[in-house]
Design a protein around this ligand. Sequence first.
Ligand code: FVH
Length: 293
Amino acid sequence: MAPDTVEKTPVTLLGLGAMGAALARAWLAAGHPLTVWNRTPARAAVISAEGATVADSAAEAVAANTLVVVCLLDDASVEEVLADADLAGRDLVNLTTGTPAQARARADWARERGARYLDGGIMAVPPMIGVPDAGGYVFYSGSRELFERHRETLAVSAGTTYVGRDAGFAALHDIALLSAMYGMFAGAAHAFALIRREDIDPASLAPLLADWLVAMAPTVHQTADQLRSGDYTKGVVSNLAMQVAGTPTFLRTAAEQGVSPELLSPYFELMRRRLAEGSGEEDLTGVIDLLVR
Ligand code: FVH
């Protein structure tokens, strides 16, 4: 096979926690020259032994390369770490999880310092990084030009999904998906609690649960369709009136099994409120309007 003679974009990476270290290893494995800095030097030493150059300070690391990626704990640590760095002319890619407002403010902050800015929301856990078939990806938003310029380099770590020029959109998509995930975790927790004291192996419930959640997941497309059209009765299979009528059975079952209804009750309460507005023929989509203040 011909040797890979294409020059790889040098990368500076600030932050070598669980995620940062995984990113570092992916870029090193792909042959990208890598300069790193981490608050706790021992973590940088490990990555240095694998081929990275370690800078003495964050400012020195930023000065080393045009493409600067940060993956720190939170927005406050980004502010702290970059406080003394000269960002003029840098392409700053921030993969630190934050809120949409923090991302927008950070984009303005970077622009005022002469940097181009791209925000990222990582939809992966560290073992998925640098593994093309693992399904991990990163939402990006902010400068489209910056995204295109570094797309190939960024794709080394995980898939890339650009969601718009608004720097806050990557964080918004990230948190939206993770919020849905927590709703799913909550439902699964309630399901396992229901069988907890019975002679039912959790391992026998797990595949049934997983298959059912997968079967139900595509209903989000109908929800989106109803939200777009404004017609929440479109394509309804199980209407709100019928579903609310069924909720006492869920609550009674929880009581019979000695399980707190605290994860289910808030959602049932919203369903009842929507029904009280005269929306019995609708889907569950109207609950969304009750949430938006
Ligand atoms: N790990 C995961 O599963 C998730 C997957 C989805 C995305 N998240 C976000 O990624 C960011 C980094 O997460 P992480 O897993 O690398 O986090 P830690 O292992 O806790 O490492 C934190 C790094 O941040 C450094 N740090 C923290 N505070 C400061 C500070 N004030 N000044 C300088 N650096 C700071 C920390 O340094 P040290 O403790 O080693 O000295 C680590 O490098 C995060 O936004 C996740 O939400 C990960």
